[in-house]
Design a protein around this ligand. Structure first.
Ligand code: CP3
Length: 353
């Protein structure tokens, strides 16, 4: 077992394992060198290149897990969607009508980004730490397909569409759920040891809309992985107001963005491993500041299992030596000793009261 898998399975480990959302990305010069030779889709579709990029951050820093290099949009190309990256996803023909939805195929387990299985096997041969696979949650994937990429107005276009075309919305979400199940089961069969479901745009909805269009599909995806017995991570951004619903999802780990203190999430999600949640902006700032803030996050995470991460993806302007400093700070923090100190303080308080 690894410390990452221990924590993902619910163990209150002595130190928090750490990986970083978007750890193989533009803040790394080695990644930017790949970008000069390949387009984004080429990097995702060539298993050797995908494996090399996946391994870049774990070769440079003593991280406790690797995440497969790909994108949440990868499986949608096999449904018939035309997607480019600039650098965020741009969809050539936005999905708007019931007929548009019906044109999207469900390609089946063999036809959904099969190159990803080869990449997973190539990474597993060389990777010293557990490999995380991932997919986008249906609601978030639908956001990109309908809104064609634009998020400047909080995806108001998508929020309008959900209510203007509820029948098309339900069919689209159902198809995306089917594809996502096939895609994640394929990744697990190929060797990923944990999966993360990214619901990056869940938080733009009110609780009732999330209850109708988000939660049931996320639940169906996660529940369909039950028999495969790998830890499941669910991560929704800006989802403070949805935590009580998220508490009902079949996920061992819940990712928390930087706006919700881990102690608050802990109360809402008893028994779950929490993942997060340093503000990615802090990591850009200053080595001493980021170390202080990271320790504050670690203290917030005491009292249950914790996987350290950022509260969202790492920013491209992050200095690499700050990442090294972060990993060292997290690894040096003894969670059990800190928890004991807290207990002593509590005892003293009781004695003097
Ligand atoms: O974490 C990793 O290192 C694995 C790779 C990974 C990428 N995208 C590579 C990528 C992962 C896990 C993702 C997930 C993803 N993609 C999400 C969920 C996480 C989140 O940020 O909420 C979302 C919403 C997307 C959609 C997407 N793809 C966006 C918004 C962007 C552009 C903004 C950005 O962060 O760069 C992309 C493009 C993308 N995906 C890049 C990378 C490395 C940048 C492409 C480039 O190099 O120009």
């Amino acid at each position: 077992m690894s410390i990452f898998l221990d924590a993902a399975s619910g163990k209150d480990t002595q130190r928090a394992p750490i990986w970083i959302m978007r750890q193989a990305g533009r803040y790394l010069s080695e990644y930017n060198a790949f970008k000069e030779r390949y387009t984004f889709w080429e990097m995702c579709r060539n298993p050797e290149v995908t494996a090399e990029i996946t391994l870049l951050p774990v070769r440079r820093f003593p991280l406790d897990a690797a995440i497969l290099f790909s994108d949440i949009m990868t499986p949608l190309a096999d449904m018939g969607a035309e997607i480019e990256f600039a650098p965020g996803p741009v969809v050539a023909h936005p999905v708007r009508t019931l007929a548009d939805v019906r044109r999207l195929r469900v390609p089946g387990p063999e036809g959904t980004a099969p190159f990803v299985a080869d990449a997973v096997r190539a990474v597993r041969e060389q990777c010293p730490v557990p490999l995380i696979g991932f997919a986008g949650a249906p609601l978030t994937l639908a956001t990109y397909l309908v809104d064609a990429g634009g998020s400047a107005d909080g995806h108001a276009g998508f929020r309008v569409w959900l209510h203007a075309q509820p029948e098309a919305a339900r069919l689209l979400l159902d198809r995306l759920t089917d594809v996502t199940i096939d895609y994640l089961r394929m990744q697990i069969a190929a060797g990923v040891q944990t999966v993360q479901l990214f619901d990056s745009w869940a938080g733009i909805h009110d609780p009732a809309v999330y209850a109708e269009f988000g939660l049931p599909h996320a639940r169906r995806v996660l529940a369909a992985l039950d028999d495969l017995a790998v830890p499941r991570i669910y991560f929704a951004v800006g989802a403070h107001h949805l935590l009580d619903q998220i508490a009902g999802l079949p996920a061992e780990v819940v990712g928390v963005d930087w706006r919700t203190p881990l102690s608050v999430a802990r109360r809402a999600l008893p028994g779950r491993t929490l993942q997060g949640n340093l503000d990615p902006a802090v990591l850009v700032s200053r080595p001493d500041a980021l170390a202080d803030r990271a320790r504050a996050v670690l203290r917030e995470g005491l009292g249950g299992a914790h996987i350290f991460n950022l509260g969202h993806g790492i920013r491209p302007d992050t200095p690499v030596d700050h990442v090294q400093r972060l990993v060292e700070t997290v690894h040096a923090f003894d969670r059990h000793a800190e928890a004991d100190k807290d207990k002593e303080v509590d005892k003293d308080k009781k004695v003097s009261a």
